[in-house]
Design a protein around this ligand. Structure first.
Ligand code: ZN
Length: 281
């Protein structure tokens, strides 16, 4: 599951690698990756080929590559998609769904394991891009918006819900999911079911600091997404937690703060939280 830190690493890599380059060829291997935005493959290819990439933005877990002619290339890497840098002649791998080559050499491949990718991509007018990508215009992006702790406190008071559900609600916060919401709560030492409107000033500051720290640590752990496709996935294929995670995926393992076993609790249908019931209060 890709969340804000992994996608921000990808955005920074794309900013370095492809901003300023002109797109030469576009090959869509899997038609479903363009379907949310386009009727068919040729429509997408026509919209993207020949365009120049002018900027790489991110909102939540979606990347927006602004093109000339007021168009934006949306890349939603889905649950486990990734972009890799390849040479222009590299063939499509088994899990490659899209190949884009550039006029001055090099290519990027969009890939995701499985025959039904959750990754999606398309080209839309820039002023329609946020809405087309399904990103809530009102959601707070903890990195992109860079709120002060007081602004974050006002946001929490307005959100007024259980902490874990507010952190993972994409209409309220853009880019956090099951993994980093649990990590942030552990780092802050706060239970998942605190009402956001009832947090003390001290708790708000702890949560704010934890959110920033967890995102920075996760971005360091993600390394460079374009160079190393494996590094960006927080969770490996066996579902084991990556080394930088303190609670997520660590059920039964000792809490690294107090040694009590981590427990997994069902909050509601399909929503679970990994937590330490001794040091998250
Ligand atoms: Zn603990």
């Amino acid at each position: 599951m890709l969340e804000l830190p992994e996608v921000e690493v990808l955005r920074r890599d794309l900013e370095k690698e492809i901003v300023g380059k002109r797109i030469k060829d576009v090959i869509v291997e899997t038609p479903s990756v363009v379907r949310p935005f386009h009727r068919n493959r040729p429509e997408f290819v026509k919209a993207l080929a020949g365009r120049k990439v002018e900027a790489a933005r991110r909102r939540g877990t979606v990347i927006f590559l602004d093109l000339d002619e007021d168009l934006t290339w949306i890349v939603d890497a889905g649950e486990e998609g990734s972009l890799h840098r390849e040479t222009a002649n590299e063939d499509a791998g088994e899990d490659t769904h899209l190949i884009v080559t550039f006029t001055i050499g090099g290519a990027i491949h969009l890939s995701e394991a499985g025959t039904e990718p959750t990754a999606h991509t398309g080209v839309v007018p820039t002023d329609e891009a946020l809405e087309a990508a399904g990103v809530s215009p009102d959601a707070l992006d903890p990195l992109d918006d860079n709120p002060t702790w007081m602004e974050f406190g006002r946001f929490l008071a307005d959100a007024d819900g259980p902490l874990k559900l507010v952190l993972t609600d994409p209409t309220r916060i853009a880019g956090l999911g099951p993994v980093y919401s649990d990590e942030i709560l552990w780092e802050a030492g706060l239970r998942h079911d605190h009402a956001t409107s009832k947090l003390s000033t001290q708790e708000i500051r702890r949560l704010y600091r934890a959110m920033q720290e967890v995102i920075v640590i996760a971005m360091k752990a993600a390394g460079s997404s374009l160079d190393d496709a494996e590094a960006e996935a927080a969770i490996d294929d066996e579902g084991e937690a990556a080394e930088h995670l303190r609670v997520y995926g660590r059920e039964g393992l000792p809490c690294s703060r107090c040694r009590k076993p981590i427990v997994r609790t069902r909050i509601k249908k399909g929503v679970y939280t990994y937590r330490c019931d001794q040091c998250m209060i």
